[in-house]
Design a protein around this ligand. Structure first.
Ligand SMILES: NC(=O)c1ccc[n+]([C@@H]2O[C@H](COP(=O)([O-])OP(=O)(O)OC[C@H]3O[C@@H](n4cnc5c(N)ncnc54)[C@H](OP(=O)(O)O)[C@@H]3O)[C@@H](O)[C@H]2O)c1
Length: 327
């Protein structure tokens, strides 16, 4: 089968299309004939080689989410799955290929009417957004800031917070055009990457204190966003696309002790698998009904995986890039 491998860690030219042996299902696993692959920010982090300590080796097939049709099942898996259209999580690699292996626990049947392209735009990101909001104890009537809202997790957080009755849905983003697109998805206040209203802001409201901050960015500016928490406000760190925050970031919480602010991390890995799968099925169904939007930046051939990574490295991607195995 055709697959893309990381032949050299570093820039996207290290991604090469190769022929590899067909994927085989082990016990409790299925083989998916892949139609589409969601290209995630974490794929680029792995490709750059910055996660060397986590045991990634050259030759890795990157990617973690696919949609397609179950082609074969391993021992212990009901043969009734064969022929069904599914979304599948493949772990920290294995998705950029014509066939991919997933555990039965990590597949979700696609609802009727949902395209394979849309499935990989929301299949992993929307559950992260939903459970991150729950981890922040968000409730209707509270104000929310989504920091780093232009990626697929942020977009889902914006839509879910807006539909769940947030009083304000603020976003940070790097351009007016992205701000406009986020407003169409439910954002009510557009801020720049520093959390300030840009000079050419089209909204009247000034930046204020937020009950909840969903933070996908991290990095050196994170402490400033702890300062934007209202009394009893909660910041949940979901990603670190700008790197780790300064080691002493917690000082900001202690310095504002009398405001009872909180900081938490959140990983989907800590959500029980049954809850994750139930939520994913609901969110895929909501997408099929048009209640949640799959924002697809571009659809490229599997063989153009390096181009997808170049676009990510240039910071151009709004939503998700999807690869397709179709010629
Ligand atoms: N917690 C979990 O369970 C979980 C699960 C999966 C992934 N993740 C993590 O989530 C992150 C990826 O999420 P994603 O794909 O939605 O994000 P993304 O698309 O990689 O980035 C989101 C947005 O952040 C902004 N941004 C990028 N670099 C920035 C910088 N240096 N400073 C400020 N803003 C910056 C960009 O928007 P603008 O240009 O508009 O500012 C970008 O569109 C990764 O850290 C990944 O490890 C977490």
């Amino acid at each position: 089968m055709r697959a893309v491998q990381i032949r050299r860690f570093g820039d996207p030219s290290g991604l090469e299309v190769t022929e590899v042996p067909d994927a085989m299902a082990g016990p409790g696993q299925v083989v998916i004939a892949v139609e589409t692959i969601g290209v995630g920010g974490v794929d680029a982090v792995i490709r750059r080689g910055t996660l060397g300590g986590f045991g990634f080796r050259e030759g890795l097939i990157p990617g973690s989410e696919v949609a397609g049709v179950v082609e074969a099942v391993g021992e212990g898996v009901d043969g009734g799955w064969i022929g069904r259209r599914v979304w599948g999580f493949t772990g920290t690699g294995g998705a950029y290929a014509e066939r991919a292996v997933a555990r039965l626990d990590d597949i979700t049947a696609l609802p009727a009417g949902l395209s394979a392209v849309d499935a990989v735009a929301v299949g992993s990101s929307a559950p992260v957004a939903r459970f991150a909001l729950a981890h922040a104890h968000f409730s209707a009537g509270e104000s929310v800031l989504v920091r780093g809202a232009a990626g697929s997790i942020g977009i889902a957080a914006v839509e879910l917070a807006a539909t769940a009755g947030a009083s304000t849905v603020a976003v940070t983003t790097s351009s007016t055009e992205r701000g406009r697109r986020l407003q169409k998805l439910g954002a009510t206040l557009v801020l720049d990457r520093n959390g300030e209203a840009p000079a050419d802001a089209e909204t009247d409201a000034a930046a204020s204190d937020f009950d909840v901050v969903i933070d996908i960015v991290g990095g050196p500016e994170l402490p400033g966003f702890l300062d934007q928490l209202a009394p009893n406000g909660r910041l949940v760190s979901v990603g670190v696309v700008a790197g780790m925050p300064p080691a002493d970031f917690g000082m900001r919480l202690l310095q504002s002790f009398q405001r009872s602010r909180s900081f938490a991390t959140f990983s989907l890995d800590t959500v029980p698998i049954a809850d994750r799968n139930t939520a994913r099925a609901e969110l895929l169904a909501a997408t099929a009904r048009g209640e949640l939007h799959a924002v697809v930046h571009d659809v490229l051939s599997l063989t153009a995986a390096a181009d997808a990574h170049r676009a990510m490295d240039r910071g151009e991607v709004f939503g998700r890039i999807v690869l397709t195995t179709e010629p």
